[in-house]
Design a protein around this ligand. Sequence first.
Ligand code: S3P
Length: 461
Amino acid sequence: MNTTSPAEPASGTTGSPAWLAGQGGPLRGELRVPGDKSMSHRAIMLAALADGVSRIEGFLESEDARATEQAFRQMGVRIDAPSPGTREVHGVGIHGLQAPQRPLDCGNSGTAMRLLAGLLAGQGFDAVLTGDASLSTRPMRRVTEPLARMGASIDTRDGRPPLTIQAKNELQAIAFESEVASAQVKSAILLAGLYARGTTRVEEPRPTRDYTERMLAAFGWPVDFAPGRAELSGGHRLRATDVSVPADFSSAAFFIVAATLVPGSELRLSRVGTNPRRTGLLPVLRLMGADIEEHPAGEEGGEPVADLVVRHAALRGIQVPEEHVADMIDEFPALFVAAACASGPTVVRGAAELRVKESDRIATMAAGLRALGIRVDERPDGAVIHGGTLQGGTIDSHGDHRVAMAFAVAAQLAQGAVRIADVANVATSFPGFVELARGAGFGLRTGGAGGINRSGSPPAQ
Ligand code: S3P
């Protein structure tokens, strides 16, 4: 195997941080990735609305989760951080939030914005939710329309953020059949349902992650749910409880794919959350020929966890079964890289939601893989990725954290250095990615602010 080490930062500036990545060595050893992002958001939200003090362990110290934390501080909730990854949330009770004095900045986080929209729709105060450039382009009608049917009043800018929420003292329950398989939409409606008269019901076209339902139940709110549907009634209270957040499967996914692709690898990922609504990547990679062992390791925060042992294996292209799409919705950037290294074509269908993530992930992944010499045919709801040999090149991650990390994985197989621009947003989901990846064997270094030359000329050695 070629052992090109990643290059020094090239000169030339774009003003945003960049990485330089190239082949490292086999990935070996054991590592634990940071806490689950979806659970960290929800743990703060429910603990803030509970009666009493809740302790959260394994909280994800990322910009997204901190945006949610900060929003609740702005609404009068005391949240102590005695050590990294730990929070003590002094709940104010279901009706105890105070009107925020300034807009609540959700940063890059669609989860923060959509769940807060539901939660704040039935409060007796006004609130404004804002976001960064990427979040400001993302569709919000999928939550504001059903919330309006419940009696909420939320203005958007042509269906996009900012969201301006007007005070409502009570909402009406609805039975909602969602057209999109989206845990954020489902959660927004259920959280509004806490403040609604009657029974709020949500049905989904495909089951999505059920953390809101499970965590509401853990905080003592009666919820009736099964894959693809959930219902609850207003008028109860939340009881403070301690939450232990397992490692985020979506962060582990980059290492699962990297260890599969890099010859000689054997990597153990410890205590990863394996809620089946999150782990669709595993059966898909196994269909492609991956060697991934799952050793169940009990439960954490009411969620199944497992140690995953991943060994290098040659992959073959497949048609990704559509039934797995919702269960791996955040893993497509990593899957596209696996497909680029597989023999033959891999066909992704039924994944149009990828177009409205932190970037249009079908377009950004296709463009990036093409820049590294891989043929990709885009489809409205997916792509056909023709496995081949990755070359060096320059990638624009378009500020999408998962696109940036996926190309750091691709670089481990590339025949030349890969420059990845606009990587600052990796901090939204995976603080410490570079250090952890390097420790596992990745060839990866930070170019620093402005440290990338977008011309694509070869980096200095
Ligand atoms: C999330 C749901 C998914 C996922 C996102 C987190 C959640 O979004 O992509 O990263 O925590 O509920 P959608 O609901 O838009 O599919």
